[in-house]
Design a protein around this ligand. Structure first.
Ligand code: 3PG
Length: 306
């Protein structure tokens, strides 16, 4: 009986855990839910005899992977896999997968929700502004970016995008205007929504030069990763551009300083909640469970990322 560990410091919705368990029960696997654990040492102890593991943003470090002597596959139930150390996984012959697209709608809905929240002055009752007819710039047009475009169009926004990795024609066919330079996107739009992954090319890439191109009252929305922002540069932007605003689902390291100085101009969710819906948890959790079974039983490596 294959042993699967579902290690989620931030648990899935109960409906998702029930459905994940049902999939593994039917397949004859032993599935253990390891939720709300405290730190790496607990995870290191829990992985000891697992052959497969499902995680969310949980940190799968070299130490965790080295302690998982029977591990064959780790599936990140979600899009970004920057939390899994791919180098050690590959060295230890562990397959790593993600579940692209499964939680995208939840994140996209939150983007628009946060934009409305900022446009309406944090729901404090003072007169705000509308999203209709404003320009939205989507920085990276993947699964989430595409859905953000679709919902924003429902609000009557003009939608623009920059993504050198996506075929221009595919973006244009969604009724979105494509820019060839990221600077043009930032200088044109009233709202910029970030959807770039965190990797060696993107970490701290949203820097002073780029943010200084933004319109005087522009809003930057981040449901991607905090690491893509150069936080020192952002502090400077807050000081130098009095209309600049930042709403993020991933609190920056200097959150307290920003909130104490610019409380009306920034907002951070208490815990990353973009993918925190029952639907997203069910979609990503079930996909992860089926990917594990298909890998262990049929050698299916669709969605392998290492
Ligand atoms: C993702 O990369 O899929 C999102 O950031 C969701 O992360 P979470 O599963 O930790 O909520």
């Amino acid at each position: 009986m294959a042993k699967v560990l579902v290690a989620t410091e931030k648990p899935f919705a109960p409906a998702a855990t029930e459905q994940i368990k049902a999939i593994f029960d039917t397949a004859g696997y032993e599935c253990t839910f390891f939720e709300k654990y405290n730190g790496q040492d607990e995870l290191i102890a829990a992985v000891a005899d697992a052959e497969a593991m499902i995680v969310r943003s949980d940190k799968v470090t070299p130490e965790v992977l080295d302690a998982a002597k029977s591990m064959k596959i780790v599936v990140r139930a979600g899009a970004g896999f920057d939390n899994v150390n791919l180098e050690t996984a590959t060295k230890n012959d562990i397959c790593v997968m993600n579940t692209p697209g499964q939680n995208s709608n939840a994140v996209a809905e939150l983007v628009l929700g946060m934009m409305v929240f900022q446009a309406r002055n944090h729901f404090k009752g003072t007169s705000g502004t509308e999203l209709c007819c404003k320009k939205l710039g989507i920085h990276a047009y993947g699964n989430v970016g595409k859905l953000v475009a679709k919902i924003a169009k429902g609000f009557g926004m003009e939608v623009y995008a920059f993504d050198p990795f996506v075929d221009k024609a595919d973006i244009v066919s969604d009724g979105v205007t494509v820019f060839d330079s990221v600077e043009e996107l930032y200088s044109t739009c009233d709202y910029i929504s970030l959807h770039i992954p965190a990797n060696e090319h993107t970490i701290k890439s949203v820097d002073f030069d780029l943010m200084s191109k933004m319109k005087p009252n522009a809003v930057l929305v981040n449901t991607a990763r905090k690491e893509v922002i150069n936080e020192d540069d952002m502090l400077r932007i807050f000081e130098e551009k009095p209309g600049f605003r930042y709403v993020s689902d991933i609190a920056p390291v200097n959150k307290e300083e920003l909130l104490s100085k610019y409380s009306d101009r920034c907002f951070f969710t208490p815990k990353k909640m973009g993918a925190q819906t029952a639907e997203a948890n069910i979609n990503a959790g079930k996909a992860a469970a089926l990917q594990i079974i298909n890998f262990l039983e049929k050698g299916d490596i669709t969605f392998k990322v290492n």
